[in-house]
Design a protein around this ligand. Structure first.
Ligand code: DX5
Ligand code: ZN
Length: 209
């Protein structure tokens, strides 16, 4: 299992130490919120760029914004491994082209209330599918168990399509729920509050893996 710490719950007054504490992770997950697609605002491309200079760990940028197309160029400056947009957001096809033409891997995320059918037209082109296991907007929420079924259905669709996209989950992952994710077939787990509440993050990342 690959681990992608979400810096949303990090202490931003100590950002460089916080980033150093998770440098053994597989990705750093960057949660971008516009106060419109979700009822919260996080941070933008400037802070993301600064985070990218603090670590060699590849970035996994999760855009929870209504109009992702407006932001692709600005976030590309951080040279992320993935930019993940929501299937519920605007101008999907054009945004997908904008991400791909920059050589950045494409992630598509799906909210708990959206059915997998919405993703199906894109499963042949995505590099990653991000299944939200909480309602997006805030860290520290409870893992929605019924999303495991969505993951399992995605695993069988993947097998059927012969297209090797990665499956990631985001929200409420901790030392208990991560085992269920692994059993369901998840490749990458985003971990926010659970990890940043641990003193020894290196050990916590190892244990979660
Ligand atoms: C929720 C974000 C998540 C969240 C994860 O909208 O996309 O990445 O910060 O945090 P925890 O692990 O605390 O649920
Ligand atoms: Zn996220």
């Amino acid at each position: 299992m690959n681990i992608a710490p979400s810096v949303l719950t990090a202490d931003f007054t100590l950002l460089s130490e916080e980033i150093k504490s998770i440098q053994d992770a597989d990705y750093i997950h960057i949660d971008i919120m516009d106060g419109h697609f979700v009822p919260n605002i996080s941070f933008g491309p400037m802070i993301t760029k600064q985070i990218s200079t603090l670590s060699a760990c590849p970035l996994d940028i999760h855009l929870m914004v209504t109009d992702p197309l407006r932001w692709i160029e600005a976030f590309s400056a951080s040279k992320p491994a993935f930019i993940t947009i929501h299937v519920e957001s605007n101008d999907l096809d054009e945004t997908i082209r904008a991400i791909k033409k920059r050589g950045i891997k494409l992630g598509l995320s799906i909210k708990p209330g959206t059915s997998l059918e919405a993703l199906e037209p894109y499963l042949g082109v995505v590099d990653l599918v991000l299944v939200m296991t909480v309602e997006p907007g805030f860290g520290g929420q409870r893992f929605m168990m019924d999303m495991l079924d969505k993951v399992k259905r995605l695993v069988s669709l993947r097998k059927h399509l012969h297209h090797p996209f990665l499956i990631e989950v985001d929200g409420g992952v901790n030392q208990e729920t991560i085992g269920l994710c692994r059993d369901a077939g998840v490749d990458i787990a985003v971990v926010g509050s659970y990890l940043f509440n641990q003193k020894n993050r290196q050990k916590a990342i190892r244990d979660l893996r």
